[in-house]
Design a protein around this ligand. Structure first.
Ligand SMILES: [Zn+2]
Length: 277
């Protein structure tokens, strides 16, 4: 299977690119994990690409990964690797960050608190293979779409779409805390004009959702890599509370799914109207 899917609109293109890096549930044959698959699935942003399918109806481009984020996480810096996971030294210096400390760096160490993903150390060659065949192609595809839109329109809005557990656990900064319906992030106004971030939040608030900005998430590698608001490149991260649209244990949509998807489509419609003014 290809590492990602890229969907284009049938009609005129607008400078909107949505990407869902964590909703893939195709497990490559060489994964070699030791925990249960349903434990791994708890890290997946199940169905998020489908919730944002309205993107292509609005004239935007939709990119989503087919592989799971627990195999390799495109929303981490490529050197955010915990050296403890490796069978041999990495050939260049590593920079494991806070996420690696929580067991969720580039290569995920913990499926859940106290549930390690692997019963073995990983070779440098297999991690490099995941970077070359999954991580890099995903980023190259995303960058190409953003560059193309920016070149044609002089501006591009990028939405990096995710879902979050309804309550934080020990693998984050908010254990035991109930999360809002949506969290929209722009790394404290550095990856997007704040007015755009607020606009997206207001589009969802009109349906009664509790939407917070940069709380509990600031955003991560993807929006930091591509958001350059001074150059007309705006990247925001949207996290949807999973309890809004699915049974978190069984990973299946709940009755409200269609309504939530419709509200997200209305938000995209508002963004389309803003961009095409
Ligand atoms: Zn995610």
């Amino acid at each position: 299977m290809e590492p990602y899917q890229l969907l284009y609109p049938q009609d005129a293109l607008i400078p909107l690119v949505v990407d869902s890096p964590h909703s893939g549930e195709w497990y490559p044959d060489d994964f070699g994990f030791a925990c249960r698959k349903d434990q791994l699935a708890q890290s997946c942003d199940t169905l998020v690409h489908d919730l944002f399918m309205g993107t292509i109806v609005m004239g935007g481009t939709l990119l989503y990964a087919n592989f799971p984020r627990c195999y390799i996480d495109t929303n981490r810096a490529v050197d955010d690797i915990d050296p403890e996971m490796l069978a041999e030294p990495w050939p260049t210096p590593l920079k494991p960050g806070q996420k690696s400390g929580f067991g969720m760096g580039l290569i995920r160490k913990m499926a859940l608190p106290d549930v390690p993903v692997y019963g073995r150390k990983l070779s440098v060659a297999e991690v490099k293979r995941r970077i070359d065949y999954y991580y890099m192609p995903y980023h190259e595809a995303l960058k190409a779409e953003l560059d193309q839109c920016h070149q044609e329109a002089g501006v591009v809005l990028h939405i990096n779409a995710h879902s979050m557990k309804s309550v934080g656990n020990e693998m984050g900064t908010d254990p035991g805390q109930k999360r809002p319906d949506f969290c929209i992030s722009d790394y404290r106004g550095t990856t997007s004009a704040s007015s755009l971030t607020e606009f997206a939040a207001d589009q969802l608030r009109r349906f009664g959702y509790d939407v917070r900005i940069n709380d509990p998430y600031l955003g991560a590698e993807i929006i930091r890599r591509y958001g350059r608001p001074a150059d007309g490149r705006h990247s925001i991260q949207i996290e949807i509370n999973r309890a809004l649209y699915m049974n978190e244990e069984y990973r299946t949509p709940i009755g409200r799914y269609t309504e939530v998807k419709q509200h997200i489509t209305y938000m995209l419609m508002g963004i389309r109207d803003l961009l095409t003014g």
